[in-house]
Design a protein around this ligand. Structure first.
Ligand code: ADP
Length: 390
């Protein structure tokens, strides 16, 4: 049952409307009329009732006329359709109101019950779809605002990340110079530049300081590498090398560390395998894998390095009998700054950058790095690189 709020100060016209609506009302479709004579009264009714479906108003009322009436009513309720009734002498006013958002107007004396009823129904339906459209538009505006603010957040994060990389790079550059100088001075003392009759106790302390300083330098190197790797462009210098030979060199360099832990390392270097790589970068990857195999294993264990080809790839496996890595943690260890707590982590130092960096380097070589591991049994780190047989 559509509820109409009729605003009409002329009693004759009000009765006429009432009669017309009675004519078209049926048992199943019945208009309900609330009649007031002034806009101010209509506003009061609207404030008290929220079940009105449509407003039917005379264009000229004792307290307002035309667009002014429309403005007052829309201020009271923007969701309801408003229909004006007008005489021929003030039709221009009604047209103006139509342009400003009124749903329709009817000429007094010309509207039959049918016309009035149809206009009321159309006005209600049209206003409903207009309201829906407005809601959709409002939602679209909110979505657009959200996209804009996400875009801004993304830009800010990229900028923040860039400044962080710059900071890491700058800080590590600044740290490297004095740390390298310390290494040189300690090296000079150890080589006898300050005399050969140094107290053995002092010599021992200088040796320990030298080793700590080497660790410090390698941490700085890793930080520098990471800052470089996060930069948009990384410069790699590719050359065809024998990977077997490179592994041999790395093992020789790591031997003092491995032997200090009474560990053994095995590698069969009988066959050459050629790859096209940035030698320095791949050397650092291999160093990191072998160093990890040693530092995350107990004394007297065995590390084995194997090299072989499978399809068009050269595979290198570094296996240890160390603490191992839980399945859940195996995915995480390639993330930046990730160190997994294990029984050796308290005693060995690290940055959590080595494997992150290894993964990125391998990717740039169209290679892969993966791990299989069992806690307390050991780990196998496997890397693959495209084979360059020629
Ligand atoms: P770092 O050794 O400097 O902490 P890495 O990126 O090289 O950083 O390694 C990340 C983590 O992965 C280590 O902290 C360690 O928990 C785990 N991990 C790496 N290699 C091994 C290994 N061979 N055995 C057991 N855990 C390992």
């Amino acid at each position: 049952m559509p509820r109409i709020l009729l605003i009409e100060d002329n009693p004759g016209d009000a009765v006429l409307i009432e009669e017309l609506l009675k004519d078209v009302s049926t048992l199943s479709y019945n208009y309900h009329l609330t009649h007031v004579e002034r806009v101010s009264d209509a506003i009061k009714v609207l404030a008290e009732n929220n079940d009105i479906d449509v407003i039917l108003s005379d264009i000229t009322l004792p307290d307002s006329r035309g667009v002014e009436t429309l403005d007052l009513l829309t201020e009271a309720t923007s969701e309801l359709p408003i229909l004006f009734m007008t005489g021929t002498n003030d039709e221009a006013l009604a047209i103006k109101a139509l342009k400003q958002g009124a749903q329709d107007y009817l000429l007094k004396g010309q509207a039959t019950g049918e016309v009035l009823s149809r206009s009321l129904q159309y006005a209600i339906e049209r206003k409903k779809s207009q309201n829906e459209m407005e809601k959709i538009k409002a939602r679209e505006i909110i979505n657009l605002e959200r996209i804009k603010s996400l875009d801004l957040e993304k830009k800010q994060l990229i900028e923040l990340n860039r400044s962080k990389d710059e900071f890491v790079s700058l800080a590590s550059h600044q740290l490297r110079t004095p740390a390298t100088a310390v290494k040189q001075y300690l090296g000079m003392i150890m080589q006898g530049f300050a005399g050969n009759d140094i107290d053995p106790k002092i010599n021992q302390l200088v040796g320990a300081a030298y080793q700590s300083n080497e660790r410090q330098l390698s941490v700085i190197e890793e930080l520098l590498k990471t800052a470089q790797l996060d930069a948009p462009k990384i410069k790699l210098t590719f050359e065809r090398i024998d990977l077997t030979q490179l592994i041999n060199q790395v093992i020789i360099n790591q031997l003092p560390l491995i032997e200090a832990r009474s560990q053994t390392i095995t590698f069969d270097d009988a066959k050459s395998y050629f790859v096209n790589v940035d030698k320095n970068e791949i050397r650092l990857v291999l160093e990191n894998l072998i160093e990890n195999a040693s530092k995350y294993s107990a004394n007297h264990t065995i590390i084995s390095v194997d090299i072989y080809t499978k399809t068009d790839k050269v595979n290198v496996e570094v296996s240890d009998q160390g603490v191992g890595i839980k399945t859940d943690d195996q995915k995480k260890i390639f993330d930046k700054f990730t160190r997994i707590d294990n029984e050796m982590s308290d005693t060995v130092s690290g940055t959590g950058l080595g494997l992150y960096w290894a993964k990125r380097i391998l990717k740039l070589h169209k290679g892969t790095i993966t791990v299989t591991s069992e806690p307390k049994k050991g780990s196998v780190f496997k890397l693959t690189l495209p084979h360059n047989e020629k």
